[in-house]
Design a protein around this ligand. Structure first.
Ligand code: S3P
Length: 170
């Protein structure tokens, strides 16, 4: 395989956990765009949002995605909002292994309810926020993905195995 496997989908869909398992299973390096943005900036995402707003974060995220999508085989977990910028949509459309990890808003809520590190969920009504983001972004994830995996009813390990089957990598 000579192109990365890129995991897209909303917050709390399991992109990082499934991505790490998948990378281990396929003996590929694991990359995480949120983590790379934080490493390069030297501060947490919450601080980037405070100082530069979402716009600044999206620009930093775009640079990291451009690097990751042109690098050879790796598993790349992305942030939930990476699909918003048109430049990123182009980068993702050009890739053959884009996997949409799908989750219901209720699962997302259960998995993120105690989270303090996601600026977009520090809202008065995080469930409503998740629903609004899902309405806006789910059609984009669906359009950009080569395969879709529903993560609601299965373990992280089974999701990783399903990705391997669906991509024909077994
Ligand atoms: C975001 C999702 C987060 C992170 C940032 C913004 C979003 O990543 O990039 O807080 O816009 O949905 P995860 O999807 O890994 O939580």
């Amino acid at each position: 395989m000579n192109s990365p496997i890129i995991l897209i989908g909303p917050m709390g869909a399991g992109k990082s956990s499934i991505g790490k398992r998948l990378a281990r299973r396929l003996s590929l390096p694991y990359r995480d765009t949120d983590q790379l943005v934080e490493e390069r900036t030297g501060v947490p995402i919450t601080t980037i949002f405070e100082l530069e707003g979402e716009k600044g974060f999206r620009q930093r995220e775009n640079k990291v995605l451009a690097e990751c999508s042109s690098a050879p085989a790796a598993v790349v977990a992305t942030g939930g909002g990476i699909v918003i910028l048109e430049e990123n949509q182009k980068l993702l459309s050009a890739n053959k292994h884009v996997v949409y990890l799908k989750a219901s808003v209720n699962s997302q809520f259960q998995r993120t309810r105690n989270d303090k590190k996601r600026p977009l969920l520090q809202a008065e009504d995080p469930l409503l926020r998740l629903q609004q983001l899902a309405d806006q972004r789910n059609p984009i994830y669906q359009r950009l993905a080569n395969i879709t995996i529903n993560t609601d009813q299965q373990s992280m390990m089974s999701s990783a195995e399903e990705i391997i089957q669906e991509l024909g990598l077994h």
